[in-house]
Design a protein around this ligand. Sequence first.
Ligand SMILES: NC(=O)C1=CN([C@@H]2O[C@H](COP(=O)(O)OP(=O)(O)OC[C@H]3O[C@@H](n4cnc5c(N)ncnc54)[C@H](OP(=O)(O)O)[C@@H]3O)[C@@H](O)[C@H]2O)C=CC1
Ligand SMILES: CC(=O)N[C@@H](CCC(=O)OP(=O)(O)O)C(=O)O
Length: 304
Amino acid sequence: MATKVFIDGDAGTTGLEIRERLAARADIEIVAIPFEKRKDVEAKRAILASVDVAILCLPDAAAKETVALCAALGDAAPRLLDASTAHRVAPGWVYGFPELCAGQAEAVAAAKRVANVGCYATGSIALLRPLVDAGLIQPDQPLTINAVSGYSGGGRQMIEAYEKGEAPAFELYALGLEHKHIPEIMAYSKLTARPLFVPSVGNFRQGMLVSIPLALDALPGKPKAADIEAAYRRHYAGAPHVRVVEAPETGRLDALALNGTDDMEIFVFANEAQRHTVLVARLDNLGKGASGAAVQNLDLMTGA
Ligand SMILES: NC(=O)C1=CN([C@@H]2O[C@H](COP(=O)(O)OP(=O)(O)OC[C@H]3O[C@@H](n4cnc5c(N)ncnc54)[C@H](OP(=O)(O)O)[C@@H]3O)[C@@H](O)[C@H]2O)C=CC1
Ligand SMILES: CC(=O)N[C@@H](CCC(=O)OP(=O)(O)O)C(=O)O
């Protein structure tokens, strides 16, 4: 029998992409709410009580409201997969990043409530956690994370602003240094020192690069860049959606190259003579950074 899935927020950027990915699936039955009733609490409650899984693609406040509706349904509540930021470090939620560590995919598969990983957090944690686990970065290492996203990362409002031609070609933002992704990056990378996070938006719809510069001599044991790449190759061996790729000799990387895919690539750029390295994760913010990751988590939850 097909798994019944309700996408709350299916008119938005992330929800629409998930709906498109699931449309042709025989094992999934999408139960949709009419557009004009999408914020109607009674209509939503009835649908929630009738489905196996609800995927929340909503602003944080609306996601919390839907979770409260589900809590009131008791045993009739569906399993939840929340794409918002609301529950990423909340107790009782499993973090929906199956490649995080051994056992995480199994935890997602068994969970009643899964918080889908954030887009920048996907790249950041993918670069940091394997190195912390391998002892190549210490938890209190001073770190800077630089990142650029396509404008779809800002949802409908940012898409409209960019497509009206009202936005700059490139901008840094969150320079108040309180970005919403920092708590999940710290928690799941096992960092005790707060990293500096410097995101930016480029005038392209989708695509993302997350990069972390490191002085090799500042790391415990003063490793070679090759030790870092080897740690990634061990960590991601057999991961279907994450590849460790040899850094191109051009020393350049196109942020849009994985657009339309649900995968992520990891690169270790190095200059051993200078003892400098830059770690880079490349992904589509709407693919492995959001909707593709949600479908991967849904597949684990349903055993597809
Ligand atoms: N875009 C991205 O790259 C990523 C986004 N996310 C997360 O996914 C979530 C959704 O983001 P995104 O898709 O970009 O945002 P959008 O603004 O594109 O979409 C959000 C949708 O939710 C609708 N909505 C708002 N309130 C309610 C409600 N009470 N009931 C039903 N629908 C409602 C909005 O309708 P209306 O516009 O009419 O209010 C809109 O269609 C966010 O929490 C974001 O953090 C996660 C990873 C990456
Ligand atoms: C370009 C842009 O504005 N990006 C968003 C991040 C994307 C998002 O809101 O989603 P997640 O937090 O769930 O990944 C931001 O920086 O707030």
